[in-house]
Design a protein around this ligand. Structure first.
Ligand code: ZN
Length: 136
């Protein structure tokens, strides 16, 4: 795994790590597939479609008859690992940002002075002991 992805991963809690692994393995791309696509089908831009670069892939497709895209495909093999790593890092950052917004909304909590249970900050009545915050 890319070290930038590992850095993001380390910040997550155990539950998020499990979710992250499942979601990330579903969206991440691998360098080997990219290289094979660039070499075999690079002339029609398949390696760009693979990384979601649709516009670029369409251009390759349109100009495939010139054989220039095929040449570019071979050149792009040399950047394959960094291109794929950038793509994977962007997906990883996306997944992590989803976790952060989720945690933020659930961390707004307070402790009930009567029963010491953790309840939502906006609560006016404790769900555990029935303590009313509006009385205080
Ligand atoms: Zn309470």
């Amino acid at each position: 795994m890319d070290e930038r992805v590992i850095a993001l991963f380390e910040k997550l809690n155990d539950e998020e790590k499990k979710l992250f692994e499942a979601q990330f393995s579903a969206v991440k791309k691998d360098t080997t597939s990219f290289v094979l696509l660039a070499l075999c089908l690079g002339g029609i831009g398949m390696h760009h479609f693979y990384l979601g670069k649709i516009t670029r892939g369409v251009f390759y497709l349109l100009f495939c008859w010139t054989f220039i895209p095929a040449l570019l495909g071979i050149i792009e093999v040399f950047h394959a690992s960094s291109d794929v790593a950038d793509y994977n890092y962007a997906r990883a950052a996306e997944i992590c940002s989803r976790f952060q917004t989720k945690t933020r909304s659930t961390t707004e909590e307070k402790t009930c002075p009567k029963c010491a249970e953790t309840i939502k900050a906006a609560a006016i009545l404790c769900k555990h002991c029935g303590h009313s915050f509006s009385e205080a």
